[in-house]
Ligand binder design. Sequence first.
Ligand SMILES: C[S@@+](CC[C@H](N)C(=O)[O-])C[C@H]1O[C@@H](n2cnc3c(N)ncnc32)[C@H](O)[C@@H]1O
Length: 308
Amino acid sequence: MPKERGAKKWRVHNQICQGIELRKSAGQHILKNPLLVNSIVEKSCLLPTDIVLEVGPGTGNMTVKLLEKCKRVIAVELDHRLANELRKRVQDSPLSSKLQIIQGNVLKVDLPYFDVCVANLPYQISSPFVFKLLAHRPVFRSAVLMFQREFAQRLVANPGDKVYCRLSANVQLLARVQHLIKVSRNSFKPPPRVDSSVVRIEPREAPDIDLVQWDAMLRIVFLRKNKTLGSIFKTKPVLEALEKNLLLRNSLKDTVSTLEKHSSSEIKAKVLAVLSGISKLETRPRSLGVQEFIALLREFSKHDFHFS
Ligand SMILES: C[S@@+](CC[C@H](N)C(=O)[O-])C[C@H]1O[C@@H](n2cnc3c(N)ncnc32)[C@H](O)[C@@H]1O
């Protein structure tokens, strides 16, 4: 769609909320359906002792409900106008002592300790925020987050599903994910152009694998996810990368340069021999789950194969 048509559409829906003009650039779509707000808070399964991280509280419709259910809410809001509005909203209430507002970009601030994260996220930060959360230590109990529907579908997709992709495998490596609620675009003011979904993410212990190698392998296989692993690993650029990495690693290990010890045809032959022994070469990446990818990576590293 040409840019101008999109911009026009937004101007039609542009909204003033409590005297504040909402900004499309910050994904400011306010949840106007109180039943939905209650339902998200309910699904967060909060304990009275919990510290909750809320990202993008906006005008605070969800924040006040969260404050009623937990010990403390730490709200990170980018827009100082909305942060001030939220401060004013609770200032005369007994709940105000439980609220801490951090005004800033959640992708840039150091996240504090929290038990549960709840957020109606701006869509543009969905992916970096999920990975920031999953890297956060100490591990939190769960996150209940609103995403664009298509992004949510990719997060929860199972092997074999049409939308199963690198994102699905990367997130499912580090967390259990569950679709909770379908949300219509009409639940927001102004309505975005797409529907949304609420998803629960529960982090789990990361397996003992090299995450850099994991990501490098997934990048390779999901670029060609409908091909068999065998044909992917034997495509010229992948083969060459495996050969180069093997050569480099060996030359680092040896005191005498491997370039002198092993000719490149020996290396090529070794790569092909190892590849022929790798299991599941006839399968396609789109049908492999996290455990199968872990097993594949372990097979490769057993033979000193590296993807980056
Ligand atoms: C979709 S609105 C949700 C507002 C409110 N939670 C609600 O449900 O009505 C997203 C909110 O995130 C804020 N926001 C956008 N980018 C942000 C960022 N990088 N860090 C923190 N907050 C951000 C916006 O200003 C806005 O208040």
